[in-house]
Design a protein around this ligand. Structure first.
Ligand code: GZL
Length: 332
């Protein structure tokens, strides 16, 4: 009954074109199919990482695999995600999956989902709520570890260059302020900065995880600070923007340049940038959460319990590696 009602509602919403948050996608279902209906409130389409994450969900939650996916792109606006979640509740989906754009402001709508008896699974970023029972579980990257791994990489890299005691000036392009990836990466890298008295964090500013904003902020950093040694970009797209700004300013970057580029995500284009000699290192944040979330749903369907916190496997990739060979093995 629940699925049939949801399918009918999905058809009504789809046919009426009444969108919930940003842009909602769902094929009009056949009334007879017995599919698990999953509503996914995605952050937006701000980065290569996000594109890979969306593709992972769309290729996992297919009819052939037994699912009806209702996908909503919130265009990086929390109010759109909240509208999408309410729309999923109205459509009485079987599961709600959310990649929350920021950590706070979710209690009310999560209580509405709980009251409706719809499990909420968090993917990618975390929610900061007083009652953890408001969500079933979370799958994502260990952002503090990613930040610390980036800092440890820099210690090792500077040591190999004989620069362990040199004054090192650093700027950081932060992600969307309040997003788990921004909070964790900033905290993690900061944990390592505290151990290095010769490192000097000149400035940190958000580039909103986008290439355009990353370039704009880097341009301002270059005007303010003539002696930058390291750029920490909290995702690859901001790193690409920073690289463009550095080159436009007549400076150089990468393993053979003046400025060291440290990035996060390790998407395919980051491998291209490292191979081209522009970027030094990218700390992986695996976006392929679709299969992991499907595995969780299958367990829940069988009445099994699932772990509350589930980290994905992540590595660090730099120019010391055979990057063309490594890139050939990767799925995103
Ligand atoms: C990380 C994810 C971040 C990526 C960015 O899990 O939340 O959001 O690092 C993306 O590329 O925009």
């Amino acid at each position: 009954m629940k699925k049939a009602l949801a399918i009918a509602l999905v058809a009504l919403v789809a046919l009426s074109g009444v969108f919930a948050g940003g842009a909602q996608e769902s094929a009009a279902p056949a009334a007879s199919d017995n599919l698990i209906v999953v509503g996914y409130a995605q952050v937006g389409a701000e980065s290569d990482w996000r594109t890979a994450n969306t593709q992972s969900f769309k290729s996992t939650f297919t009819e052939a695999n037994g699912y009806r996916l209702i996908f909503d792109d919130a265009q990086q606006k929390q109010e759109n995600q909240i509208k999408a979640i309410r729309s999923f509740i109205q459509q009485d989906v079987d599961y709600i999956v959310v990649a929350p754009v920021v950590e706070t402001g979710w209690e009310t709508v999560l209580k509405e989902a709980k009251d409706a008896g719809i499990p909420v699974i968090l993917s990618d970023r975390m929610m900061d709520v007083s009652d953890p029972s408001l969500y079933t579980c979370w799958v994502g990257g260990n952002f503090i570890k990613e930040g610390e791994d980036a800092g440890k990489w820099l210690i090792d890299y500077l040591k190999k260059q004989g620069r362990s005691n040199e004054k090192i000036n650093i700027v950081t392009l932060q992600g969307t302020i309040g997003a788990s990836a921004q909070i964790g990466r900033t905290e993690g890298f900061g944990n390592i900065v505290k151990t290095q008295p010769n490192w000097n964090m000149l400035a940190m500013q958000t580039g909103e995880f986008t290439q355009a904003k990353g370039q704009e902020v880097m341009e301002s950093f270059l005007k303010s600070y003539p002696d930058i040694d390291v750029v920490v970009a909290e995702n690859d797209n901001m790193a690409f923007g920073a690289i463009d700004a550095i080159k436009a300013a007549g400076k150089t970057c990468g393993p053979n340049g003046d400025i060291i580029i440290i990035s996060f995500d390790a998407v395919a284009a980051a491998f291209d940038s490292m191979i081209a000699g522009d970027m030094n290192v990218s700390v992986e944040c695996n976006p392929l959460h679709g299969p992991r979330v499907a595995e969780i749903i299958q367990k829940l369907e069988k009445g099994e319990t699932v772990d509350k916190i589930q980290y994905v496997v992540e590595e660090v990739f730099d120019t010391s590696m055979d990057l063309p060979a490594v890139k050939a093995t990767r799925l995103y």
